[in-house]
Design a protein around this ligand. Structure first.
Ligand SMILES: *Cc1c(COP(=O)(O)O)cnc(C)c1O
Length: 432
C-alpha cells in the first residue's frame, strides 16, 4: 500500500485556499475515495509524487504527453525559445509555421486560429458557426464534454458526470434553451431534432470518438450520417478533436474515419504540455473571424511563443514519425489483450472500448455505446479497482467516465507490469 502523508497534508492545506483543493475538478478523487497525489516531477512513463512514490502514468496530463513526460524534442524547443522573451503580444514567424503545419496535418482545416485552451476553442467555434449561419441553436450529445463554456454544460461528460451535476448553476435558461441534446450514436434522434428545429440549428458539435464518458466508439455510419444531415440542412458540423486530434492519427479522428467536418477544435497534444487550443476549418467560415470578418474573438497570450515552440516541436515530431501511431496501437492493443486474458481467468466479462491509444474498461457486461449504457457501470467497483491500481503504482484517471491515454514511453516490460497489476486489482476489487 502506497502511503502519501505529504500529499495528504498538502491537500488539507489546499482546501483552505483553492476551491475543493484542486484547480480542475477531475483531479480530485471524490468519486474513487482517497486524496489526490501531488506531483513533483515526471520523466518518460513515470510520475513522482511529493512522497517519492513512482507511478506508471496512464493519464499523461489528460492526453498531451503522447511522447511521455519531459520529451527531449519538446523541452529543447522550449529552452531555446525562453531567452527571447516569454511573450510579445505581436505576431511571430512561429505562429505562421504552426498554422501551416496544422493546415497540412488536419484534413478539415484550411485556416486556423490559436487560443489558450480547448474550452476557448469550442466556445469560439460555435460563435463562428452562429455568426456564419445566422442561427442560434446547437446540437450536442449526452456525455460529450466540450470544455466549460455555458452552452456546453448541458449533459456534459467527464467531471460533470463524476460529480453528478449534469447542468451547472450559473448557466442561464436562455443559454440552456439554445443547446439541444441527443444520445450519442443515435442518428435518428439527431434527424428528429433537426427537423423539429428546421432552419434554427447553427452547428452540430461532437467528439468524433467520445472520451469524456469513458471511451465510446462512433458506430459505423454515424459520423457520415451527421455529415450528410449537415450538408442537407446547412448546419456547420464541428468535430471537437481536443482529445483525439494528433492522437488517433496525425490528422485525428477525421483522418481515421475519413469524414471531414466543416470546423474542428484542437487542444491537449497541440500544446505539447503548454496551455494551447485552436479552432479551424473551411476558409469561408474562418474568414468570418475578426479581423478578417465580423465574429469577434481575441486573446492576449494567444500564439504565445513558448507555447508555440512546445506545440510545434510536438506536432513536427508526430508529422515526421507516423510510425509513432503503429507503436501506440501495438502497446495499447497488448494492454487490452492482457486485461481480456485476466478477465477470462477470473470469470469476469466487463466491456473494454478502445480506439488506438485511448481505452476504457467499463464495469458493466453491457456494450457501451452512449451515455445511458456507460451509466450502467458499477462505479463503486471502479473506485476499488482504481485504488488497487494506485497501490500498485499505476496512475489511472480517477473516474469511471474517463479514457486512458497511452504514451510511446510505455515499454513491453511496463505492459507486463500493468497487466499483472490489473489482474491483482481486479481480484482485490471483487473480494471487498
Ligand atoms: C479537454 C477537452 C476540452 C476542454 O479543453 P480545456 O483545455 O480543458 O479547456 C474540450 N473538449 C474535449 C473533447 C476535451 O477532451
Amino acid at each position: 500500500m502506497k502511503q502519501a502523508p505529504v500529499s495528504d497534508a498538502l491537500f488539507q492545506r489546499a482546501q483552505n485556499s483553492i476551491p475543493g483543493g484542486v484547480n480542475s475538478p477531475v483531479r480530485a478523487f471524490r468519486s474513487v475515495g482517497g486524496h489526490p497525489r501531488f506531483m513533483v516531477s515526471a520523466k518518460g512513463p513515470f510520475l513522482y509524487d511529493e512522497d517519492g512514490n513512482q507511478y506508471l502514468d496512464l493519464i499523461n496530463s489528460w492526453g498531451p504527453m503522447i511522447l511521455g513526460h519531459a520529451a527531449e524534442v519538446v523541452n529543447e524547443a522550449v529552452q531555446k525559445a525562453i531567452p527571447n522573451s516569454l511573450s510579445f503580444g505581436a505576431p511571430t514567424r512561429k505562429e505562421v509555421e504552426m498554422a501551416e503545419l496544422i493546415v497540412h496535418m488536419v484534413p478539415s482545416i484550411e485556416k486556423v486560429r490559436m487560443v489558450n485552451s480547448g474550452t476557448e476553442a469550442t466556445m469560439s467555434a460555435i460563435r463562428v458557426a452562429r455568426g456564419y449561419t445566422g442561427r442560434d441553436k446547437i446540437i450536442k450529445f449526452e456525455g460529450c464534454y466540450h470544455g466549460h463554456g455555458d452552452s456546453f454544460l448541458i449533459a456534459a461528460g467527464s467531471g460533470a458526470i463524476t460529480l453528478g451535476v449534469p447542468d451547472s448553476p450559473g448557466v442561464t435558461k436562455g443559454t440552456a434553451n439554445d443547446t439541444l441534446t441527443a444520445p450519442y450514436n443515435n442518428l435518428e434522434a439527431v434527424k428528429t431534432l433537426a427537423e423539429a428545429n428546421k432552419g434554427q440549428v447553427a452547428a452540430i458539435i461532437l467528439e468524433p470518438v467520445a472520451g469524456n464518458m469513458g471511451l465510446v466508439i462512433p458506430q459505423p455510419g454515424f459520423l457520415q450520417g451527421l455529415r450528410d444531415l449537415c450538408d442537407k440542412e446547412g448546419i456547420v458540423l464541428i468535430f471537437d478533436e481536443v482529445m483525439t486530434g494528433f492522437r488517433l492519427a496525425p490528422g485525428g479522428a477525421q483522418e481515421l474515419y475519413g469524414v471531414t467536418p466543416d470546423m474542428c477544435t484542437l487542444g491537449k497534444i497541440i500544446g505539447g504540455g503548454m496551455p494551447v487550443g485552436a479552432y479551424g476549418g473551411k476558409r469561408e467560415l474562418m474568414d468570418y473571424v475578426s479581423p478578417a470578418g465580423p465574429v469577434y474573438q481575441a486573446g492576449t497570450l494567444s500564439g504565445n511563443p513558448i507555447a508555440m515552440s512546445a506545440g510545434m516541436a510536438m506536432l513536427n515530431f508526430l508529422n515526421e514519425h507516423p510510425e509513432t501511431y503503429d507503436k501506440l496501437e501495438n502497446t495499447s492493443a497488448s494492454m487490452v489483450a492482457g486485461m481480456q486474458r485476466n478477465m477470462q481467468q477470473l470469470g469476469l466479462a466487463y466491456t473494454i472500448n478502445r480506439v488506438g491509444s485511448m481505452f476504457s474498461i467499463f464495469f458493466t457486461p453491457e456494450p457501451v455505446t452512449d451515455f445511458d449504457s456507460a451509466k450502467t457501470s458499477d462505479t463503486a467497483l471502479f473506485g476499488r479497482y482504481f485504488n488497487g491500481m494506485l497501490d500498485r503504482g499505476i496512475y489511472l484517471a480517477p473516474s469511471q467516465y474517463e479514457a486512458l491515454f497511452v504514451s510511446t514511453a510505455v515499454t513491453d516490460q511496463l505492459v507486463e507490469k500493468y497487466v499483472q497489476a490489473n489482474l491483482e486489482a481486479l481480484q482485490e476489487a471483487h473480494q471487498a
